[in-house]
Each structure stands twice: as C-alpha cells, then as structure tokens.
Design a protein. Sequence first.
Length: 366
Amino acid sequence: MRKIAHLITGLDVGGAEQTLLDTLPRLQVQDLRHTVYCVIGHGHIGDKLQKMGIPVFYLNYKGWLDLIPMALRLWRALKSARPDILVTYLIHADLLGRLMAPLAGINKVITFRHGALLQWEFLKHVDKMTSFLVTHYVAVSDVLKNKLVNELHIPSSKITVIFNAIDLNKYAPENNEVIKDALNVPAGALTLGVIANLRKGKGHHDLLLAFNQLLQKKHSKKLILLIVGGGEERASLEKLTIQLHLTENVIFTGYRDDIPNILKTIDIFVLPTYFEGKSIALLEAMAARKPIITTSIPENLEILAHNETALLVPPGNINALSNALLKLIEQTTLRDRLNKRAYAECAQKYDINKTVLLFKKILLEL
C-alpha cells in the first residue's frame, strides 16, 4: 500500500479544490491511502472530504510570523505519517511542499499545475528556481504544459497532462422551478448565469456592463442575471449594479455548494474570464447541457469551439459579449445545437472516471 500526502493552500471553493474532492474518494482504494494537508484555515471542501473518509490535517497558517512554526507543524506531520509521495496544489503549497519534502524524508514530489501565476510575478522566479525538486508535473491542459516547458524549461517527459473532469451523473438538463423560487427568480424570466469566485480576472464587471447594454436593446424576455460565488470583488460588483440601476435584474447568490441544482435554474451560462487553467465551471455547464458564452482565451479554446459548442468572444470586449447574449436569447435553435454538441464533447473527454485512472497510474508507477 502506498501512502499519498496531498498539500493544498486552502480548501474553499475553487478548481483545484473541487478536483481534489472529485478524485480522492475514487482513489481511496486498497493500494492507495490519502491524507490532505491544508495550509490556510478550514473550508467547505475540507468538510466534505472528511465526511467521505479522507483525513484532513489543518496547518492553520496565521500570517508571516507563523510561517516557520507552520512549516514545522507540516514537517512534524509528514515525518510522522511517512508518505511515499507528496502531491502539491496551488503555488504557495507547491513551494512549501518542495522545501519540506526532503526534510521529512519524502523523495517523490508531484506538482499539479492548474493555472498561470498571473498575480505573483516574483513567485514565478521562485517556482522556476525550485522546479528541480519536483519529480513529476501534472498539467490540467496542453496550454499549461507548454508554459511549463517554455517558461520553466521543464522537460516534456516530466509532465503528464490530465484534464480537469467531472462526474457527469451529477448534472441534469431540466430546469428546477423550486430552486428558482427560492432564489427569487421571477416566473417566466430567462436566466443568465455566471458561476465563479468573485475576483479580478473573472470578468464580472464586463458582464454587468454587457448585461446593461443588453437591457437597452429590444427583446420580449424578462431577463435575470444570476451571479453565483463569493469573493473580495462582491462589494465592488454590488456597487456597480446599483450605479447601472440593475438591482431588479441581478441576483447575487453568494457561495453555493449545490452547483448542479443552480445550473438547473440557468438558461444561458456566461463566463467572461480573462484567464483559466481548465475551467471546472465550463465543464459543469457542458455536462448540464447549458448553452455557453465565454472568452476566446487559449485555455478555453482547448475545450470549446466557436459556433460549434459555444459562442466565444474576445476577453474585455463588452460589445461582443452583449451581442452574443442577445444572439442566444433570440435564437433557441442555436442554443439547443450548442448545448447538445458541448455535452457530447464533455462526455467524451472529461469524464471523471478517465481522469482517476490516469492519476492512479502515476501514483502507482512513480
């Protein structure tokens, strides 16, 4: 039996965190045993992992003065558990894990790369300098693999691409009027929805501006915009909603842990993001058979094709986003064609069971 330690920065809602939740219970088999170590605080995903029988060890990092004591807590925990492999997720956990693994007697380190380091320029240099401590990389897209090769000069042979994936059985295409009522969505309204953490780079401000343009155009539908998620940008987004006089048409739901149910309330899914790794939110919308509008960034182009499985617009182009929304509102035949093709693509490439087999192979053979 191999013991696997998983070190992640936090266990609140996010793509890396959701991937951990979806894969680990399926990997808790006879020849593999998993423990999760979380650097910062507690989180919804951690609670769910524990309920599924996955041990979670919280390091409770409290700030810079706690950096060395927290590292010592991790060292003692790893030294006691003696895992065969350490798997790290998200940059802070990546760097911490690489430095602590040799001290704890762990000689195999896997780093999952879920996205680009857009907000921490100096961490890119530290990431590159410490990359020699990584035994193997897992990238969730070919775009990210190419960045590892070109920017960090990681040999291609040290990288395996394992796409983010989802459990298709969780998602159903029908609408749910009961949930719509609970969210105060007016009867008969056509619902646009975005599901993403409320942080810079996800395009929420662009969406509100495009939605405002949309409401100025002639159409026969009552329109509601659902903004699903929590984060530091909420106050700014609520302020913009008031400034644009959109309060009767925009609903902020906050954090939700019932995304399959939320998707049943959405008629058109929108994600005007500036950056992604491989978006779990897009995969969920595909699985739920929702017509999608998103941006033509390279990571999204790996998943979706314009006018085939989604409508794609340049990031930051408010007019193009507004026009795409109007197009899908008016053309129900196009909506049906896009969601059917997107679902077929999702079922073929992004089934969680395929991901689990690939990850298990790495853990057993490394």
